[in-house]
Design a protein around this ligand. Structure first.
Ligand code: SF4
Length: 451
């Protein structure tokens, strides 16, 4: 039996795409290789958001190609965002590469790789390494999603991502995504519901709806009884029998209206967590970033959501060292973190992406300054995160047990509604079980619970 290995970099959207491609290989009779060095098809799903992620993917592919000189039939492929921005360059950088497929044609990955592998295995001499190299760059079929949807495998996990839309039209000045994932396209609600029902029937308890700006889902639809297309979709998914938890990511302050805030007050399956990118606490920098909201609006939305759902955990993304960011701008960001008291934040040092407007902006911040701001902000974020976790010690939380602990396989890990990982002893619960636990201890990131 032939085998496949898929390495994924980047966001949940990529994880979800890899999962679907993997499902097509399984349906086609492949197994998952125990290691990347044993696979007949090696795929890397790439991310373009940061230069480091691109370099990692290229380095990994280069290393795998050089380690397989005695296995010339192996098919190597790149998928995902990096392909959209530099498809042809990849063939020059990695001469051993066979297949390159962009974000709009995942449904082509399996047939391309499979036919190439079969040709090579059927050939007596495995020599023409690059013969048949394939590029599928920008094909965008409206029903591409449905073509791969039918190949979802039996679930081993109790949580799943469901992509509800693709693309983004915001054009933040630092971001490559609009160039790699194209214009916004929402999936029909009936397709999404069908996929959610299938997942729940296969044992999934928790669904996360995914979109680049998830709350812009269905924005071409009329507002009905004060509820947008996205809120109506949340309500419909919420009604699916057997579904226990519902999440969505990532929202944008633009288009985040009162009906969505209110949803936290009347949809009990909607979890008490939101990942809500702030990016900067300075209006001047937000404007340079082309993020069309003011810091005050962002704060008001956080406050309104906490009124609708008092135990809501809020996490965020912040960029430090954006071109033109002065110390005063940075201190406004730090003040916003202190004011909002995030449960956690992903802090990124700005890194220029070729082809984005910010890469050519004047007043680029030097590396030393970016690092200093990054460390300083991280200290603040961690101090607040620990305080917020400590407030949970002694409380009872319901966790969804999702598997062995990542740091200690002899223990189990679950997540609270606030999406905080909780470590518990082995043997007291099964994967997929919703379990009430008492929080005994914590760090800034993890809680420790007992039944
Ligand atoms: S909203 Fe901005 S940061 Fe997010 S994907 Fe769109 S352009 Fe990129």
């Amino acid at each position: 039996m032939s085998s496949v290995y898929i390495k994924t970099y980047g966001c949940q959207m990529n994880e979800r795409d890899s999962e679907q491609v993997a499902a097509m290989f399984l349906a086609g009779g492949y197994s998952f290789a125990n290691s990347e060095l044993e696979a007949d098809v090696v795929l890397i799903n790439t991310c373009s958001v940061r230069e480091k992620a691109e370099l990692k993917a290229l380095g990994k592919m280069g290393m795998l190609c050089s380690q397989s000189v005695d296995r010339p039939w192996v098919v190597f492929g790149f998928m995902g965002c990096m392909v959209q921005s530099k498809a042809r360059e990849l063939f020059e950088t990695v001469p051993r590469l066979d297949v390159v497929t962009g974000t709009h044609c995942y449904h082509r990955v399996f047939p391309l790789c499979d036919s190439l592998l079969k040709q090579r295995l059927a050939s007596a001499v495995h020599s023409p390494l690059r013969k048949g190299a394939q590029l599928c760059e920008v094909e965008d079929l409206p029903d591409a999603h449905n073509r791969i949807r039918d190949h979802l495998p039996a679930r081993t996990s109790c949580s799943a991502f469901v992509s509800i839309m693709q693309g983004c039209e915001m054009r933040c000045s630092y971001c490559i995504v609009p160039y790699t994932r194209g214009a916004e396209r929402s999936r029909p609600a009936a397709d999404i519901l069908d996929e959610v029902r299938r997942l729940v029937d296969s044992g999934v308890k928790e669904i996360t709806l995914l979109g680049q700006i998830v709350n812009r889902y269905g924005r071409e639809e009329p507002v009905i009884d004060g509820r947008s297309g996205f809120v109506r979709l949340l309500e419909m998914v919420h009604e699916v029998d057997g579904l226990e938890r519902l999440r969505f990511t990532s929202p944008h302050p633009i288009g985040f209206r009162e009906d969505l805030v209110r949803a936290f007050s009347y949809l009990p399956k909607l979890c008490s967590h939101i990942h809500f990118p702030m990016q900067s606490g300075s209006d001047r920098i937000l404007q340079l970033m082309r993020r069309p909201y003011k810091q005050q609006k962002y704060v008001e939305l956080c406050e309104a959501m906490r009124v609708a759902r008092p135990d809501l955990a809020i996490t965020t993304d912040i960029i430090v060292g954006f071109p033109g960011e002065t110390q005063e701008d940075y201190l406004l960001t730090k003040a916003a973190v202190e004011q909002i008291k995030f449960d956690n934040a992903f802090i990124f040092q700005y890194s220029p992406r070729r082809g984005t407007p910010a890469a050519d902006m004047p007043d680029q911040v030097c590396l030393r300054e970016k690092e200093a701001r990054n460390h300083d902000l991280l200290d603040t974020v961690n101090r607040i995160a620990i305080a917020r976790n400590r407030a949970l010690v002694g409380t009872q939380q319901v966790i969804l047990v999702d598997g062995p602990s990542k740091t200690n396989p002899n223990r189990l890990q679950g997540r609270t509604s606030q999406n905080k990982p909780v470590i518990i002893e082995q043997g007291i619960a099964k994967v997929g079980e919703l379990l009430p636990v008492t929080i005994r201890e914590c760090t800034g990131f993890t809680l420790y619970g007992a039944v």
